[in-house]
Design a protein around this ligand. Structure first.
Ligand code: GDP
Length: 441
């Protein structure tokens, strides 16, 4: 079946049913933009965003996906019915809803929170607190998880954004990567435990499906700390590189920086998320879109939560004295390409790669560790039993000797009994013959 390319610019914001921020730090983030207002008005009955349990359904919910047509059995005699299988799968998954976990890594001030809010039209960083200089010197990287339930055309998505505030902020940031790798491994371990448990029906998937790694626009290429982290993460998670605040660079600078980054990755044998090959039977528009997405890596993005009016049109952009950067304009930034890739075209593939490649690697390692442990334990048990056998050798052999004697006695008695029975039988037969001959005479 041919896959239709999704429409590129999305003008209708999805319905945000509830935003939750577990462990969120506080910030007076500007929410003066229209999108935030639209979202806030939907959330007006729900200002307390600390609980994540209930998902409120908006009153005027957009129509659900069209129901599959009921087949007319009378008219179409050749109709069996399995052609509706895709619709059945579709309805089931829409009912269940979707989960996606995105990790955002990069030093502070690179525009991470602005970009996430722009991508998902939410305000996930409402209560953010910025650390001061003294706090930053000693600060260690930590993990903050924020979850929001969003709904678009009846499709529900539970989005979890895993942020790593403090990443690269301390003077010594050698261990910043450790927090990220530990978090990813913990989620895999939890999933592995849940999957091996008795109740596997309602497993919550908290595994990290994608890691957006922010590269600063002011360097010449990747720094040592970028390479260190990416090298440690690239076999655990789908890494997608993003050049933040790309409006600092002109077109040539963006192109050169992208080339140098790709060269660095190649020289260091680092493999980021691999886009799947486009099927040959896809239509030309889709193939073209796929080519453009692949050619844009790493995405050079500009983020903004402000809606501006340019030539009578409302655009998401950044106002400068010399003009407006339109975030959604492909000439200004790869924002739309990133959003198309992350949300519209490759979200499911990111999840599949997490399951089939990264989690499978982790699972294989776990199983090999468990079997090695079991082998060691078995070897230990064998050794223990051999040494205990030596200790009790004398006692056991004495008992065995007595048992063997008794066995032998029983066997001899059984033989005697059989012989006696045989003799009795023969005597009886002889007597019978004698009696017969007497009668004959
Ligand atoms: P974070 O610490 O990485 O989450 O960065 P923020 O999203 O909080 O952004 C830090 C500052 O950079 C804010 O003043 C933003 O308005 C600004 N900012 C965010 N994105 C961009 C961008 O794409 N270009 C420029 N020039 N500034 C940006």
């Amino acid at each position: 079946m041919k896959q239709q390319p999704p429409p590129l610019p999305q003008t209708q914001p999805p319905t945000l049913t509830q935003a939750t921020s577990a462990g969120a730090t506080a910030e007076s983030s500007s929410s003066s933009n229209m999108v935030a207002h639209a979202i806030c008005s939907l959330n007006s009955n729900n200002n307390n965003s600390s609980s994540s349990s209930s998902v409120e359904t908006p009153k005027c919910r957009p129509p659900l996906y069209p129901k599959p047509k009921t087949p007319s059995f009378d008219k179409d005699r050749d109709y069996i019915g399995f052609a509706t299988l895709p619709e059945q799968v579709h309805r089931k998954s829409v009912k269940r809803g979707f989960e996606f976990t995105l990790m955002v890594v990069g030093e502070s001030g690179l525009g991470k929170s602005t970009l996430i809010n722009s991508l998902f039209l939410g305000d996930l960083y409402k209560n953010r607190q910025m650390p001061n200089v003294e706090e930053r010197i000693e600060k260690t990287t930590r993990v903050e998880k924020k979850t929001m339930d969003i709904e678009e055309r009846g499709v529900r998505l539970r989005l979890t954004v895993v942020d790593t505030p403090g990443f690269g902020d301390a003077i010594n940031c050698e261990d910043s990567w450790r927090v990220c790798t530990q978090y990813i491994d913990e989620q895999f371990r939890q999933y592995f435990t849940d999957e091996s448990g008795l109740n596997r029906r309602n497993i919550q998937d908290n595994r990290v499906h994608c890691c957006l790694y922010f590269v600063p626009p002011w360097g010449h290429s990747l720094r040592q700390m970028d390479l260190d982290l990416i090298r440690r993460l690239h076999r655990k998670v789908n890494i997608v590189l993003v050049i933040g605040k790309a409006d600092c660079l002109n077109k040539t600078e963006v192109r050169k920086l992208k080339e140098r980054i790709l060269q660095d990755l190649e020289d260091n044998h680092i493999q980021l998320y691999q886009f799947p090959e486009c099927d040959s039977d896809e239509d030309d528009d889709f193939k073209q879109q796929d080519r453009e997405l692949k050619a844009s890596i790493p995405f050079a993005v500009v983020g903004s939560n402000t809606i501006l009016e340019v030539a009578g049109k409302k655009v998401r952009g950044r106002q400068y004295p010399w003009g407006v950067v339109n975030v959604e304009d492909a000439e200004h930034s790869d924002f739309i390409k990133l959003r198309t890739f992350l949300i519209s075209t490759h979200m499911q593939d990111l999840k599949d790669t997490t399951q089939d490649v990264h989690y499978e690697n982790f699972r294989a390692q776990c199983i090999s560790q468990i079997s090695q442990h079991a082998l060691r334990e078995r070897g230990k048990l064998k050794r223990d039993s051999i040494s205990s056998t030596n200790g009790f050798d004398a006692a056991i052999s004495e008992t065995d000797r007595l048992l063997l004697q008794k066995d032998e006695e029983i066997r001899r008695m059984q033989d005697m009994l059989t012989q006696m029975q045989e003799k009795l039988k023969q005597t009886h037969l002889m007597e019978m013959k004698k009696n017969d001959s007497v009668i004959d005479v």
